[in-house]
Design a protein. Structure first.
Lengths: 409, 329
């Protein structure tokens, strides 16, 4: 534990009042992972007060969605957590599918699971890279980027995009994998575990790394739950909550994987949890690849899936047979998407990512609300930084793995 | 006329020697930056600079040209005179230390009897540049960086000076040339073996003294953006950069002189009397670079703890042991 300091808060105007040393860390700062701004009051090197101020990357994604059709709005979700865009897409698609009552073909579910776990690996690699760089280990950063590059190349082969993939779609995925992609992924899963060992040899037993991460920003399981932490940040404290296990979506009920948990909930535990998750993600991809051969040639989009060009408002149906509702009467208006509201959450790399969608029956969502893990995690920074130093603040931001695109939306 | 010339000749020679040393040292510093980028690049699976000139060899020159051409920005509210002065203090202090380093037996620009003290004094002086720049910049990050630097330099200065006491005891002199000669005459030829504790303490505190990873807290880029020189731009930034590398070269040269036997080597290289000095110097600089590529950064209190709780007691123990052996043997 770092030594805690007792600070006497004196009121302004009091004879002993001293003006606090205020540092505005960010929004332009190399290690606030985007445009996070932290209002800090310092006493020497110790942080007396930390107040996160967000909103510098607000693009109004939720409001924009209301003026787009469901399929158009999906590309906005790419821009939430831009490091793991595939996971965001999957979450959104699952929500809309639940609204539509769509059944996704098995092959599509497997493919989605693969891209989701690829997103997890690339997100965790970026986290490890930046976390290590923040603490000062520069080499890990470049090692991680080397391997992340490989994954992004695979993404490029899958769908043409590297970062904002938009690969899943409502009712399935856009394209099937070619055999070349499957071979490449097999090669990756074969190679990747040894790469994880590479990173671990660089920092796992490094005394300075241990000193900087052990006992830093400890958070008990109870407090973590109360603060609303999810994902690896919560599991680091020993709570084995994982949406993939508790409410399996896509193909997660078919694959075997473990949910790694930490013990005391310090920065080191969260680091270990994420490293273990890298291995598990690799394992899941491998299993899904094996299962892909069972579904060779099956469709990857549900038959009833709405067109990518959805009608904007209510559809005035022609006298044509409809797969679900029988023969439609000319002139009556049928909702494109049934009225109702859904909430679907998935285990995104950063934590539990939830989509709450309200439909009024038109082709556009009436309201989209995103439960972003980064937003919740940033709100826990003041709690975690209590009694620590400026240098630990960087470790805390790193260990929570926040992305401002998701937080500010 | 002749009398004037006669009087001026030694001075002219001295100035010429100083110029030669400065140019050679500057070239070394410039190409240390290149070597650092290249070596770290290869350690990190990338290529390093390779665009300017063959294999990027002209990169340092391109850097200097770029830095000189850049606008020299002074932040509003800065203490202008100190702001201008600070980089020069750093650089001059770093460069002056070189004068007392005996590159080979017959070449030490200033063969003073308190060479070690001069170097210690100069390295303390260079921290003034850091503190003043932090103070004058009128920036919170720079101020924090300056504060850290002052604390760090003071504590590691002590450890470094103490680690050198063992060498002084063994050599019986503070003249660097004498130290090398005493080393060559000693049974192990280098002091790094009998003074292994001192050598260790010296190397660690030398890294801290020059503000390099893992002790680069004053300029911790992830916390303080760039630390004390965050507000500097153009050639003034370049001067700080130079000063850091000068510090690295000086500290390595000092380690070579005090612990690794200076210019002496296993056999004579005809024509290049300073061959072994350079080999050892490059090896140590490589070590510095290697450390930078490998280690994360210490936290402020951990750094202080390491300095005061481990290095200084070790250095003191080293003095006691050296003294005892000196008395008994």
């Amino acid at each position: 534990m770092a030594p805690t300091v007792e600070v006497v808060q004196k009121q302004c105007g009091h004879p002993e009042w001293e003006e606090p040393f205020v540092v505005n860390m960010g929004p332009q700062h190399p290690s606030t992972h985007g445009v996070l701004r932290l209002y800090l009051e310092l006493d020497g090197e110790n942080v007396v007060k930390c107040d996160p101020r967000i909103g510098y990357l607000h693009r109004g994604v939720e409001k924009l969605s209301e003026n787009m059709t469901y399929t158009q709005a999906m590309i906005l979700t790419d821009r939430l957590d831009y490091i793991s865009s595939a996971a965001n897409n999957v979450g959104y698609c699952l929500a809309v599918e639940k609204l539509l009552g769509l059944e996704v073909p098995r092959r599509a579910r497997l493919l989605r699971t693969i891209v989701c776990e690829m997103a997890r690996i690339s997100s965790h690699l970026l986290w490890l890279a930046t976390h290590a760089l923040d603490i000062g280990a520069m080499t890990v950063f470049l090692y991680c980027f080397r391997d992340r590059e490989w994954l992004l190349d695979i993404y490029e082969k899958i769908c043409g995009a590297r970062l904002t993939v938009s690969y899943p779609r409502v009712g399935g995925v856009r394209l099937d994998f070619t055999s070349e992609i499957i071979d490449e992924l097999y090669k990756f899963t074969e190679e990747f575990p040894s790469r994880i060992l590479d990173y671990e040899t660089l920092i796992d037993v490094n005394r300075i790394w241990l000193k900087r991460t052990k006992g830093i920003a400890v958070i008990s399981a109870e407090k973590a739950v109360n603060l609303g932490l999810t994902g690896p940040s919560l599991r680091g404290s020993g709570v084995p909550y994982d949406v993939r296990k508790f409410k399996p979506y896509d193909a997660y009920d078919e694959v075997e994987f473990e949910v790694p948990v930490g013990k005391i909930g310090d920065t080191y535990d969260r680091y270990r949890v994420r490293m273990e998750e890298l291995r598990q993600a690799n394992r899941i991809i491998r299993q899904c690849l094996d299962k892909l051969s069972e579904t060779e040639g099956e469709p990857v989009v549900a038959e009833e899936a709405p067109d990518l060009l959805m009608p904007e408002k209510k559809k005035t149906p022609q006298a044509v047979p409809h797969p679900k509702k029988g023969f439609l009467v000319k002139g009556a208006e049928v909702p494109v998407v049934p009225e109702g509201e859904v909430y679907v959450s998935i285990e995104a790399p950063k934590g539990e990512l939830g989509y709450y969608i309200v439909s009024d029956g038109s082709g556009k969502p009436w309201r989209v609300r995103v439960r972003a893990p980064s937003f919740v995690h940033i709100s826990s920074i003041p709690e975690l930084i209590k009694g620590h130093m400026v240098a630990d603040l960087i470790a805390v931001i790193g260990t929570l793995d926040v992305v401002l695109g998701e937080c500010d939306r | 006329m002749e009398a004037v010339l006669k009087m001026a000749t030694p001075w002219l020679i001295l100035i010429l020697e100083a110029l030669v040393l400065l140019v050679v040292a500057l070239l070394h510093v410039a190409y240390t930056t290149y070597a650092e980028r290249k070596i770290i690049g290869h350690m990190q699976q990338r290529l390093g600079p390779n665009r300017v000139g063959p294999r990027g060899l002209l990169q340092p020159i391109a850097d200097v040209v770029k830095l000189v051409a850049k606008e020299d920005i002074v932040p509003s509210g800065a203490d202008k005179s100190l702001f201008y002065l600070a980089p020069f203090i750093s650089l001059v202090a770093g460069a002056t230390s070189l004068a007392v380093i005996p590159v080979w037996e017959k070449f030490a620009l200033a063969n003073v009897n308190v060479g070690l003290l001069v170097i210690l004094a100069m390295s303390s002086l260079s921290s003034y540049g850091i503190i003043l720049s932090g103070w004058a910049s009128n920036s919170r990050y720079a101020f924090l960086g300056g504060l850290r630097a002052s604390a760090q330099v003071i504590s590691y200065e002590v450890a470094m000076a103490l680690s050198l006491v063992g060498v002084m005891l063994m050599a019986g002199s503070m003249n660097l040339s004498e130290i090398v000669k005493a080393q060559v005459a000693s049974p192990f030829k280098i002091y790094a073996i009998p003074q292994i504790i001192g050598f260790f303490v010296f190397m660690v505190s030398a890294i801290a003294e020059t503000n390099r990873t893992p002790f680069d807290l004053p300029e911790a880029e992830s916390e303080l953006v760039a630390g004390y020189f965050v507000e500097y731009s153009g050639i003034r930034f370049g001067l700080f950069y130079l000063a850091e590398y000068f510090g690295m070269v000086v500290m390595s040269a000092l380690a070579v002189t005090c612990f690794l036997g200076g210019w002496a080597g296993p056999f004579e290289i005809p024509g290049i009397p300073f061959f072994w000095f350079l080999v050892k110097l490059y090896a140590l600089i490589f070590f510095y670079i290697w450390v930078r590529a490998t280690l994360p950064r210490y936290r402020y209190d951990q750094l202080m703890g390491l300095g005061w709780k481990i290095l200084i007691p070790l250095a003191l123990l080293n003095i006691v042991i050296t003294g005892l052996i000196k008395v008994l043997v």
